[in-house]
Write a protein that binds this ligand. Sequence first.
Ligand code: RFL
Ligand code: PHB
Length: 390
Amino acid sequence: MKVQVCIIGGGPSGLLLSQLLHLQGIDTILLEKYSREHVLSRIRAGVIEHGFAKLMREAQCGERMDREGEIHHGFHIAHDSRLDYVDLHKHSGGNSVIVYGQTELTRDLYEARDKLGGNVVHNAEDVTPHDIASDAPYVTYRVGDKTVRVDCEFVIGADGFHGVSRKSIPTDVLREHEKIYPFGWLGILSRTKPVSPELIYVKHERGFALCSLRSQVLSRYYIQVPLSDKPEDWSDDAFWAELKRRLPEQVAAQLITGPSIEKSIAPLRSFVAEPMRYGRLFLAGDAAHIVPPTGARGLNSAASDIYYLYHALIDHYRKGDDSGLDGYSQKALARVWKAQRFSWWMTMLLHRFPDRLSYDERLQETEMSYLFSSETAQRLVAENYVGLPF
Ligand code: RFL
Ligand code: PHB
């Protein structure tokens, strides 16, 4: 089989790129390791920045997001028995974010691929890129006992942090930068009315918490837990009790609890692989970089990679102009590192660090009081949270 672009990974990055390229008449195949049901059972991101929302509309996938997603003009930070507000709209020149689950967004992308008859292969085993440093790369995969070879012009590695693409870049070329935080987030989804119409990030002596949502009848809550904890260590009752302890009294009093319909722990990690291109292989999204979820940047950073790649490939095929492809890694990484900086900053601001010094504690308190005493500081947060320009 021969295609122009072979995309590895059927998460939001891979699906969005295949949809955008298809609409421009560029031939793609997308290879996903798992079943569609499996991909759609993951509960992940919830906050979509405005630039990403625009790209979803350009991909003809924005209709349900615009209908069912909620526009949020700001979020709260609870700390020291106070509930402060970051007004995104006011401090970012009128921008906002959309709260719309990654699961729903991925479902919309799959449906759009179906509608256009996109070439999407599920349960593709042993996906392997070959000859990526040459002008004639190819990818092999297995379905049952049949091995299929896909010849292509470009390979896109959009296969997440544990994928195969990054690992196919020689180790003497790839530099990896990593920071692992000594805790994780235990998240639950429940069919209950959210405690607040907008998100509440909570800094508390017992640890971080987050009140988020998927809709007015579906809540998403997180609490910081030690890395050694397992989801099965936490009954629903224990989760709700711990969450309530971390919320300001007036918020805890309003909390509606119910059975969890999903419960999982995500470890917190910052990671960047450089460069994001090797020969004819281009990495995008979590395959190249991970942020702790605190600043809601992960999926949004994936979207900006896709924006750059999409335009670079269009310029290559339409105008024979390779400057976008040649500059991809540098351009994408410049924005990726800004998302890393912001996610690291939000994580340091809001979490309880087990081995903190009293000095670190004082700095963290000062950072918080500075934030809410300075409009300039709030503008910096707003500008980053709604998404820096692509
Ligand atoms: P994905 O979503 O991991 O998709 C990669 C796909 O590749 C497949 N795959 C393979 N396919 C073929 N062959 C192989 N060898 C393969 N290996 C893997 C996988 O099965 C998968 O389907 O990466 P992608 O597309 O780059 O998307 C990135 C986002 O998923 C991620 O950045 C976000 O979920 C991060 N994130 C958040 N991002 C935000 O922007 N806003 C948020 O509010 C936000 N909240 C979160 C988050 C991530 C979280 N977790 C669980 C880490 C909250 C949480 C709790
Ligand atoms: C979520 O709703 O899952 C969510 C929202 C904001 C974050 C992280 C996760 O910063």
